[in-house]
Unconditional design. Structure first.
Length: 106
């Protein structure tokens, strides 16, 4: 992970700084009872690289549009990048939003 900025905090000793990420990463729950396919790209036409077990949580690094999928959390064309070259359909991830919760993938 890259560091987005460095900031000095009040109360830190002289010359001390604390490094923080500008947009903190968090994990999101996959829909209950679902074994979720992880694909090599943002769509159902991409190959399955692995399957997440029931009860999995994912960290979303970025999101991009792809093929439309219907799931427990609605119908969406958003795909969540959870690792290098690994995407899951956002319709199966409880992000609490129908839109982007992370930056668009480059």
């Amino acid at each position: 992970m890259s560091v987005d900025h460095v900031e000095a905090l009040e109360g830190a000793g002289e010359g001390e700084t604390v490094t923080t990420a500008a947009s903190a990463l968090r994990s999101y729950a996959v829909a209950p009872g679902v074994r979720l396919n992880v694909r090599s790209g943002p769509g159902t036409g991409y190959g399955i690289v692995r399957v997440l077990p029931e009860g999995a949580r994912v960290t979303i690094f970025c999101q991009r549009p792809g093929s439309t999928v219907s799931g427990p959390y609605g119908t969406s064309n958003l795909w969540d990048n959870i690792d290098d070259g690994e995407y899951v359909a956002d319709a199966y991830v409880n992000t609490g939003s129908d839109g982007y919760v992370r930056p668009r993938c480059a």
